[in-house]
Design a protein around this ligand. Structure first.
Ligand code: ADP
Ligand code: MG
Length: 476
């Protein structure tokens, strides 16, 4: 048996208006090379000026994960040569990052564990190379050069792809809740490198491979699972894993080598002489602390208290900002039955979102519509089964739920006489089962309910039907 060991490095683009060391805009999607100032272009003689907002955002993150905030922090030059890096070095942090020694609690399948956060440092992003523009030529867009990032480095504390994705989602939810990043994964504002190794439990850590730049939760999970299988095959056939950097190809669902350790860059880090050490005061920290918005863990407690949700459901709902917003918007449109609403969202709406690989914020059925369905269920107008059917249809055809209910005359039969007639017919048809039931085979109640449901195309009100059957069978 192999144990999987995973550590993540997450790059989060900060939502500042201007860059980390220049006043150029950070806006996404502008015309190429219109947002690169002489500083971003590394003209001789220019000097970087630190964006204070970016520092404050890094501090916010540190506070949100119980980390230590450095009173003195240093920027370093990370030297490497690449066409999209005009200076020939990236300004990053090495020895003294703004944030270090944090932690985050995650919950996976009912078990909670703490993931250590080694550090979170500030750095600038590089530009973008665009390949195969004309006949195999490449071009450079420097709009992104100098955009502020925090890189969040975890301890190698995760033991499965599920744990890694849960941790990643919670970090995503935190940075979005804090408002320090838009978290847009398609635009590259939130991307992750996954370090993976295998070992026999109790032994030292094995040699790891690093999968670079994965930009969707699903890809992270798939890439890790693929990598675990690959390493397992190597180890079981007596081989050794190469320490190397790999890339994940979502189309083929596999990872491929990018560069090996021998080819790894030697970055020759040294403190940037153009930048003073950053000094962070207690006062600055305490002011930021006072301004922190509600974070996922606090939200979870509030969901339990305010809506009476089960712990596990409150955990999942609060762990993603999009999901919690969907739930809260829906809950403001129902008068009670919050747990039923939570169940419905977590199993049905999330199920459909996953199936269609959509973010819940882009679900074609709005939270208001889902609230309507739950209200109808709680008023016993439709059954939960019917609610699911209507949801599916509404998702597919983008039709309002009221329209679907009306056009298909979906409604629940709660009429006692009607239900009694149906129930009597079924009991008469199955005298043997009735006898068995009376002799103590309680399980047959489910059979009778099922038969009536079948006769009524699932329209019978289950609560009323149960009462009626009990009465007929036991005289209760
Ligand atoms: P590097 O200097 O090569 O970036 P770090 O020590 O900074 O290496 O670690 C990078 C990431 O790799 C961290 O998230 C860390 O938790 C993780 N990591 C380190 N060793 C292992 C290992 N043996 N297996 C899995 N992940 C690891
Ligand atoms: Mg590293």
């Amino acid at each position: 048996m192999w144990e999987t060991v995973i550590g993540l490095e997450i790059h989060v683009q900060l939502a500042t208006d201007s860059k980390l060391f220049s006043s150029s805009s950070t806006n996404f999607g502008s015309e190429q090379n219109t947002q690169a100032s002489i500083i971003d272009l590394a003209m001789p003689g220019v000097l970087p000026v630190l964006n204070k907002k970016a520092v404050n955002m890094a501090i916010m993150f540190g506070l949100a994960v119980d980390a230590k905030i450095a009173d003195k922090s240093i920027f370093a030059r990370k030297n490497y040569f690449y066409p999209d890096l005009p200076k020939g070095y990236q300004i990053s942090q090495y020895e003294l990052p703004v944030v270090y020694d944090g932690k985050l609690e995650i919950n996976v399948e009912g078990k909670s564990k703490t993931v250590g956060i080694t550090r979170a440092h500030l750095e600038e992003d590089a530009g973008k190379s665009i390949h195969d523009l004309f006949d195999g030529e490449s071009a450079i867009d420097l709009n992104r050069a100098g955009t502020p990032l925090i890189e969040i480095v975890s301890e190698p504390d995760m033991r499965s792809a599920k744990e890694a994705v849960t941790y990643l989602k919670k970090i995503h939810s935190i940075v979005k809740s804090l408002g320090i990043s838009d978290g847009n994964m398609e635009e590259g504002s939130f991307r992750c490198d996954a370090n993976i190794s295998l070992r026999k439990p109790g032994e030292d850590f094995g040699i790891r491979a690093e999968i670079k730049n994965i930009n969707s939760f699903r890809f992270v999970e798939n890439a890790i699972n693929y990598e675990v299988g690959r390493q397992q095959d190597i180890l079981e056939s007596g081989g050794a894993v190469n320490q190397e950097t790999r890339l994940y190809d979502p189309k083929k669902d596999e990872t491929r080598p990018m560069r090996s350790k021998e080819e790894a860059n030697d970055y020759r880090y040294f403190p940037d002489p153009d930048l003073l050490p950053v000094e962070i005061t207690e006062k600055q920290i305490s002011e930021i602390k006072k301004s922190l918005p509600e974070l996922p863990d606090a939200k979870k407690e509030r969901f339990i208290e305010e809506y009476g949700l089960k712990n596990a459901d409150a955990e999942i709902l609060s762990s993603s900002l999009d999901l919690s917003e969907y739930f809260e918007k829906a809950s403001s449109n129902v008068s009670s039955k919050f747990q039923l609403l939570a169940n419905f969202i977590l199993s049905e709406v999330v199920g459909l979102s996953n199936k269609h690989n959509l973010d819940i914020s882009k679900a074609p059925v709005s939270s208001e519509e889902v609230a309507k369905l739950i209200t109808y269920v709680s008023d016993e107008k439709i059954s939960i089964k019917q609610a699911k059917e209507v949801l599916n249809e509404s998702w597919q055809n983008k039709t309002d739920v009221d329209e679907i209910i009306k056009s298909k005359s979906i409604e629940q039969i709660s009429n006692i006489d009607l239900l009694s007639d149906e129930a009597k017919k079924i009991l008469e048809k199955h005298p043997k089962e009735v006898q068995d039931y009376k002799n103590g085979k309680d399980k047959l109640m489910g059979f009778f309910v099922g038969q009536v449901m079948k006769e009524t195309q699932g329209k019978a009100n289950p609560k009323a039907l149960n009462q009626i059957l009990n009465k007929l069978l036991k005289g209760e």
